[in-house]
Design a protein around this ligand. Structure first.
Ligand SMILES: [Zn+2]
Ligand SMILES: [Zn+2]
Length: 342
């Protein structure tokens, strides 16, 4: 089969590789559509400590397609089924799983390899995190399940309630999904982002106030000015994955407010928090990572019910060999997500 292979940061190649043969409990899916993700762009630029442990490696993790082969031991899935899968599945046995934090599973089975003609799905994902597509959902729409599940989990953890002011940093796919979900929950959204193309998308996603991060530190005063009494946001979600923006997210949050640190930063980086504000203003800082099987299921239900404007996110479509071009577009902020078809 043809696939995109990641060799090292900046070096990806479209090559002929062996088509995998599914083993006990596994299935083989013919990719109908794969989507680009901010995580993949980060991987392309600097590698990824969790998603790609050794190279060369297949990559891409947002996908949907048609079951092409089923190994022994698989009963609920059949050749020809249209399916979407998550990029992981927890073990339900380790300590984090036992305390109900399955997204932090110490034995999370991860799946990469969506940028290919076929993907071999591990048995645990087939069992736990593989869903049948409702008839009217396209492969590209369904492939939004994974990022939407992350956004849904992040917003749930934030505890934002109707009428509260939510400040979101980042107008990438996550910022735009979070905005849409928050508007459904009747929060007031102030979005801070960069680039004309994406800021226009933020308006379409329903953000009430849109601020250009290119203004620098001034934007922080602007956020506070837009909140009741100039107190700051009730809840802030950081979705850019930059330590300096994590600090800004804390800065614009009001007394007793909550900051969700949602964007993963480069390994080894740190950020600073004012101890006075943390203690005397009782800030809550929450790290939020990944998704759970429940959020994957709820995300598909939302897509099925038409609660998410997918057109806003799926801005471009390209053939698989054009993946480097797709990354350049994303790097310039001129696309939100690119659909890649083998
Ligand atoms: Zn993703
Ligand atoms: Zn586990």
């Amino acid at each position: 089969m043809k696939a995109v292979v990641f060799y090292r940061p900046g070096d990806i190649r479209f090559e002929e590789v062996a088509t995998p043969t599914p083993e006990s409990g596994e299935i083989l899916v013919r990719i109908g559509a794969a989507l680009t993700c901010g995580t993949d762009l980060k991987t392309f630029r600097r590698g990824h400590p969790v998603m790609i442990k050794k190279t060369p490696a297949l990559f891409g993790h947002e996908w949907a397609g048609t079951v092409a082969a089923v190994a022994e031991g698989v009963e609920h899935v059949h050749v020809g089924d249209r399916v979407v899968g998550a990029n992981s599945a927890p073990c339900h046995r380790c300590f984090p799983c036992q305390i109900g934090r399955v997204n932090l599973c110490e034995d999370l089975v991860l799946l990469n390899g969506a940028y290919a003609e076929y993907i071999q799905v591990p048995a645990r994902i087939v069992q736990e995190n593989l869903l049948a597509l409702p008839e009217h959902l396209s492969f590209a729409q369904a492939a939004l399940v994974e990022p939407l599940a992350c956004a849904h989990y992040g917003l749930e953890r934030s505890g934002v309630t109707p009428g509260q002011t939510l400040c979101i940093f980042g107008a990438g796919p996550m910022g735009l999904l979070l905005t849409q979900l928050a508007k459904r929950q009747e929060a007031r959204v102030i979005l801070v982002g960069k680039g004309k193309f994406r800021l226009n998308k933020a308006a379409d996603a329903g953000a009430d106030e849109i601020l250009d991060a290119a203004q620098g530190e001034k934007v922080l005063d602007e956020v506070r000015r837009l909140t009741p009494g100039g107190r700051g946001a009730d809840v802030t979600i950081e979705a850019t994955g930059r330590p300096e923006v994590w600090e800004q997210a804390v800065e614009v949050t009001r007394k007793a407010g909550t900051v969700v640190l949602f964007g993963g930063c480069e390994p080894g980086t740190t950020f600073r928090v004012d101890t006075r504000r943390m203690h005397y203003e009782e800030l809550t800082l929450l790290g939020v990572f990944h998704h759970t099987p429940r959020h994957i299921r709820e995300a598909l239900a939302r897509l099925d019910q038409g609660l998410v404007n997918d057109k806003l996110l799926l801005t471009h479509e390209m053939p698989l060999p054009a993946l480097p071009e797709a990354f350049h577009l994303l790097g310039r902020g001129e696309a939100v997500k690119v659909i890649l078809t083998p």
